[in-house]
Design a protein around this ligand. Structure first.
Ligand SMILES: [Ca+2]
Ligand SMILES: [Ca+2]
Length: 514
């Protein structure tokens, strides 16, 4: 019989061990989400300065890369670690991997996992304060009431009024428990603490099996009323006996109802739509206010017309062409003035030409003037040269006139094309038109340059070719005129007479003294 009963007990215990199934798998309506701000795990659990992100320490707790040692195995220690922020969720799961080890056959005091309205402070309940509001799960190592029921995993929910009965291991206060020896196991033990639909369920992996998913049921409490938001924490304490209380992993997940999530999303969308409507309404009001202000203060509103401020490419091209035209006109005007001046001189020379030719005839007959001396014959040659240059210039100007006419026609064509295309201020549209080929513009520029250079050449020609054309020796002529010549002769005569007079007086004086 004893063998049968043993087999039966083993079968029952095997039945209790099962592969844990996540609530989101059991209930597809639930959507799981990992909460990294309420979790820690190794490796690199702590920063170099010993802090754990999103968590705070107190008491004897020390964090290393692999774990948080809440208390060392030293007597009368209290340590704690709490989340910095409260968790706000209707459904959640804590996955805690921990280890309680000590040299003694019996350890103390134990460890607690909390979900409370406020973060705990140092106190007498496994290192945390009494009269907490929320959930406490105790890993009570020491059998205070000597009922041989420790170590035990016990659940106690407090509304902030109950004082923990430490001497009796809270036996009359705990709502659920399972007796498990969690101390000195070869592997860390794991707890899964589910709070789904106000039902609290605890599973334990006892640290013997290498199967991380081999959990056994510990306890379940229905209709548990927990605060809407709570701080998560782990605390531990030692007494006359001491254990190392280490937490290797603390992973928090929350679950949301799929339908609720969709409703929330819809509500968010609705809110976003309302914000958008509000924004559009505000924008319209602002525009209306601007219009009203402009009506009330017409003098203060100056409409900025960008087309008036900025010169378009079309305008720039056209301005360059007009400036080129202006330069051509100025050059031709200068040329015309020079021509009039030259013609005036030619006429004057022509009127003087008859008498001078006679003088030239007489001079040739009498003396036969040698070369190198300015003569009337040379002047006649100059006149002939000027006349021939004048003819060349006239022909060139006629050529200019023809070119200018062509140029004018081309510019008119461009203007008419620009007018037909009605440019909107963007030069690219204008340049891209069929009649404004860049080749034509280049041709225009080349023609303008050619005319300018030729004009400059012509403007300098009269001064070089018509040297000494002036008969009166005035102006810019470099030749010696007759008046200058006679003036110099007269001055020389006066100087000679003066010198002779001075010489005679000197001779008379010398004779007087002799
Ligand atoms: Ca105890
Ligand atoms: Ca006990």
């Amino acid at each position: 019989m004893s063998l049968y009963s043993l087999i039966f007990a083993l079968s029952c215990s095997i039945l209790y061990i099962f592969a844990y199934t996540d609530p989101s798998v059991v209930n597809p309506q639930l959507v799981k989400r990992f909460e990294y701000k309420y979790s820690f795990k190794g490796p690199h659990l702590a920063f170099k300065d010993g802090t754990v992100p999103f968590w705070t320490f107190g008491g004897s707790a020390i964090a290393s890369d692999e774990q948080v040692r809440v208390t060392p195995s030293i007597r009368s220690q209290r340590g704690r670690i709490w989340t910095k922020n409260p968790l706000v969720a209707d459904h959640w799961l804590l996955d805690v991997k921990l280890r309680v080890t000590g040299r003694g056959r019996v350890g103390a005091d134990g460890m607690a996992i909390w979900f409370t309205e406020k973060p705990g402070s140092e106190g007498s309940v496994f290192g945390s304060n009494d009269q907490w509001n929320g959930l406490g799960i105790f890993l009570d190592s020491f059998d205070n009431d000597a009922l041989q029921n420790n170590p035990i995993i016990a659940v106690m929910i407090n509304d902030g009024t109950k004082v923990y009965d430490h001497h009796n291991d809270g036996s009359s206060q705990i709502q659920g428990s399972c007796i498990r020896d969690f101390r000195n196991k070869p592997l860390p033990i794991q707890l899964k603490i589910e709070y789904i639909n106000q039902a609290l369920t605890i599973y334990i992996n006892n640290g013997i099996s290498h199967d991380d998913n081999a959990f056994e049921f510990c306890t379940r409490i229905d209709r548990v009323q927990l605060p809407k938001s709570g701080f998560l924490g782990v605390t531990a304490a030692t007494g006359g006996l001491a254990d190392d209380h280490d937490v290797l992993e603390f992973l928090t997940s929350t679950y949301s109802d799929r339908q609720q999530l969709a409703e929330n999303q819809a509500a968010n969308d609705e809110q976003a739509r309302k914000y958008k409507e509000e924004y559009e309404k505000y924008e319209q009001e602002l525009k209306q206010q601007q219009v009203d202000y402009q009506k009330q203060h017409p003098e203060a509103t100056t409409r900025i017309n960008e087309q008036q401020i900025y010169e378009s490419e079309y305008d720039r091209e056209f301005r360059v062409i007009l400036e080129g035209q202006d330069q051509i006109r100025l050059s031709l005007t200068g040329l015309d003035n020079k021509m009039v001046e030259l013609l005036g001189r030619i006429e004057r020379l022509s009127t003087m030409g008859g008498g001078q030719q006679q003088i030239a005839g007489q001079a040739q007959g009498a003396a036969g003037i040698a070369t190198g001396v300015p003569s009337d014959v040379a002047r006649i040659q100059d006149i002939n040269r000027v006349i021939s240059a004048n003819s060349d210039m006239t022909r060139t100007i006629q050529g200019f006139s023809q070119v200018l006419t062509d140029l004018q026609q081309k510019v008119n064509n461009i203007q008419s094309n620009f007018g037909n295309q009605k440019p909107s201020g963007t030069g690219q549209q204008v340049v891209g038109g069929p009649s404004t080929d860049p080749a034509i513009l280049n041709e225009l520029r080349d023609t303008i340059r050619q005319i300018k250079s030729e004009t400059n050449t012509l403007l300098h020609k009269p001064n070089t070719q018509v040297k000494c054309a002036s008969v009166d020796g005035a102006g810019d002529s470099t030749c010696l005129g007759p008046y200058t010549f006679f003036t110099i002769i007269a001055l020389q005569i006066v100087a000679i007479i003066g010198y002779m007079t001075f010489k005679n007086r000197r001779e008379q004086l010398s004779r007087k003294y002799l």
